[in-house]
Design a protein around this ligand. Structure first.
Ligand code: SF4
Ligand code: SF4
Length: 356
């Protein structure tokens, strides 16, 4: 079971994807509950993985260290913008299993959307995390926008040789509809083909598996299936907001369907049930692999059904591309003495959502 824990609703950046901090009314700046109630709630559901989340979780680094001093999670994860890593002592960083740093690819694209100088700082932070002895999974977490050239940006992050995995999410949940989404989708799919060519080539030629998380996660679901939605929202992943409420997904702070209970009032087994993914997904030819992609987007459909379908079309294309290379991938693995375990990802729910 994965729990996102909001350490704050405040962010030190104002990236144009989400606009920065939550309003205090929606997500208070600090946890308003006492740590004892949180620990008691979690002890009921052990074993658990914990993902620190915000706002920017390191704005309340004291909460992180205090929590880690008192709770022995099966895994620790953090999603951070990477600007404040010095606020947490190296001993705590070394206990993290997965660190997700937000970076969108090349410097120009990252800084345009996240702020001038962000790219440089994140790259420095990634290096520093290695220097202080972090040996876990370092993930570059991209948000893909109209400025993203998926081949260029993912390849750039691969070439930095700092990250174990690169993951991206399309900025298609909260953002207003893009001005030329169809055209961007065409170039995105061209880029995906090139990226997949590179991924397969590296496997065939060098027996090297590049950590391209959406390919690996999708492949895992092609072979093994998995939860719907793939991120596990409301199934095996929940979020605990600073006001003590338990949410089906960490961005479901503003919707009634997302509020499932409160750590001070409810035990895990007593939570309201999260909504399930239904039609049109359950009749979709790729439901087993896509799993409805994202519970929040499924429920809210802020681009309407037509927009939802457009996003589906790129998901379906990515799945079909991967399926078309499946035999080559398996042959390449075998010829280099690798197994499917060497390629499928993530090994546990580390908050990488799988379907972009
Ligand atoms: S591709 Fe679209 S319709 Fe199909 S399962 Fe995914 S989100 Fe649902
Ligand atoms: S993929 Fe969607 S439902 Fe899942 S955690 Fe992300 S926003 Fe929430």
């Amino acid at each position: 079971m994965l729990f996102f824990i909001f350490t704050t609703g405040i962010c030190n950046l104002r990236c144009d994807y989400c606009g920065g901090s939550f309003s205090e009314r929606m997500v208070p700046a600090k946890p308003v509950y006492d740590m004892g109630s949180l620990l008691k709630f979690l002890e009921d559901t052990y074993p658990v993985s914990i993902a620190f989340y915000g706002g920017e979780p390191l704005l309340n680094a004291k909460f992180i260290s205090a929590f880690m001093d008192r709770f022995d999670a099966e895994r620790y994860i953090i999603q951070t913008n990477g600007l404040l890593i010095d606020r947490l002592d190296p001993a705590y960083w070394r206990r993290m299993d997965t660190i997700l740093l937000s970076i969108d690819g090349v410097e120009y694209v990252t800084d345009k959307h996240r702020g001038i100088g962000v790219y440089d700082t994140v790259v420095r932070s990634a290096r520093k995390l290695r220097l202080i002895g972090f040996e876990g999974d370092l993930v570059a977490r991209m948000t893909a926008t109209e400025d993203t050239d998926i081949y260029r940006d993912v390849y750039h992050l691969v070439e930095l040789n700092l990250f174990d995995h690169i993951h991206w999410q399309l900025n298609v949940v909260w953002s207003p509809p893009w001005s030329n989404f169809e055209e961007w989708c065409r170039s995105y799919l061209d880029g995906l083909v090139r990226l997949l060519d590179l991924w397969v080539y590296k496997m065939e030629d060098e027996g090297r598996v590049l950590g391209i998380a959406p390919f690996q996660g999708c492949l895992k679901r092609i072979l093994l299936g998995g939860s719907a939605p793939p991120c596990g929202a409301g199934v095996d992943a929940y979020a605990i907001s600073t006001d003590g409420s338990i949410l089906a997904c960490p961005i479901a702070v503003d919707v009634e369907w997302g509020r499932l209970g409160d750590i001070r009032l409810d035990r895990f087994g007593e939570l309201k049930k999260a909504p399930e993914i239904g039609e049109p997904c359950t009749s979709c030819i790729e439901f087993r692999v896509c799993g409805g992609r994202c519970l929040y987007a499924y429920m809210e459909r802020l681009w309407g059904l037509e927009g939802f379908r457009k996003v589906c079309s790129i998901t379906l294309s990515m799945i079909s591309l991967l399926k078309s290379r499946l035999d080559t991938i398996i042959d390449s693995l075998e010829s280099h003495g690798l197994s499917l375990d060497d390629i499928t990802y993530p090994l546990f729910n580390n908050s990488v959502e799988i379907i972009p």
